[in-house]
Design a protein around this ligand. Structure first.
Ligand code: DBV
Length: 247
């Protein structure tokens, strides 16, 4: 069992128990990928496993789990709602590298500047955020252009101890996911054409940004080559654009 396996196991169990979960297709060649990191005696096998689900209100629930020994563990888990709901994205980037742990957990807003949107989707989780932030302090340095994609409840932290990841970060991940599913259960279909257009544009902007700036691109390219990596990013991890041209 590796560091982030309990996170993905818990997420799948919770989603299965609370939503009408269906599989989401994972393109051939991406379910399971083996590679090698490092050179000579320091070589370490690295496995990347993909998970994909969907539900009535959630277009794509997907995870990429990279396992390469104690100093390379990554779980990137994102939920993309259907385009006719105003739901935020659920985003978790749980990263363990030789330099330490880097944790990002958020409900990423469609409209970060909109007060009513914040009142609906951020305000209810602020008490939980403040509680966690006391022991999971702000992780510092953050790309300026990414700020528009995060909510005021963005948990961004660099725990010094693995124990903190196993316990407190795990608890925060579970609580954020539970609160997210509460929002999903309450979400109502959007039919107003103006609002649908705004949702589409916000979803597109988010997916385009993440595909373009994927911080894992370098690591994945070193492991699996550029052709595989670009197809993984555009054909699975951030596939909104593809689903539009396919439709
Ligand atoms: N990040 C992904 C996907 C990953 C992944 C799909 C499959 O979006 C892993 C894996 N994130 C990953 C790795 C690193 C980071 C870092 C491997 C380390 C990169 C390195 O140091 O080489 C939040 N993730 C980061 C960083 C940030 C985030 C801010 C550090 C700064 C950086 O390198 O850019 N999560 C990231 C982000 C959004 C998000 C920018 C944006 C909207 O949800």
């Amino acid at each position: 069992m590796t560091l982030y396996q309990p996170f993905i196991d818990h997420a799948i169990a919770t989603l299965t128990s609370r939503l009408n979960l269906q599989p989401y297709p994972i393109p051939a060649g991406f379910e399971h990928k083996e590679g090698v990191m490092g050179k000579g005696k320091k070589q370490e096998p690295v496995t990347t496993t993909s998970y994909g689900f969907q539900s009535d209100k959630l277009r794509q629930i997907r995870a990429a789990h990279v396992q390469g020994g104690d100093s390379l563990q990554v779980l990137n888990f994102v939920i993309f709602p259907q385009l006719n709901y105003d739901l935020p994205f659920f985003g978790a980037d749980l990263v363990t590298l030789p330099g330490g742990h880097l944790i990002a957990i958020d409900m990423q807003p469609l409209f970060s500047q909109d007060q009513a949107y914040q009142a609906k989707y951020s305000a209810p989780i602020m008490p939980m955020f403040h509680e966690y932030q006391q022991n999971l302090p702000w992780g510092g340095d953050f790309p300026q252009e990414a700020q528009q994609y995060f909510s005021p409840a963005f948990l961004w932290t660099r725990p010094a101890q693995t124990e903190v990841v196993e316990n407190l970060v795990f608890k925060a991940f579970c609580d954020y996911l539970d609160a997210y599913i509460d929002f999903v259960e309450q979400a109502e279909l959007v039919t107003d054409p103006q609002e649908l257009k705004a949702i589409f544009q916000a979803q597109k902007s988010y997916a385009d940004y993440r595909a373009e700036k994927d911080p894992a691109r370098g690591m994945l390219t070193r492991l699996y080559g550029s052709e595989w990596t670009e197809e993984y990013i555009h054909g699975f991890l951030f596939d909104l654009e593809r689903t539009l041209t396919a439709a």
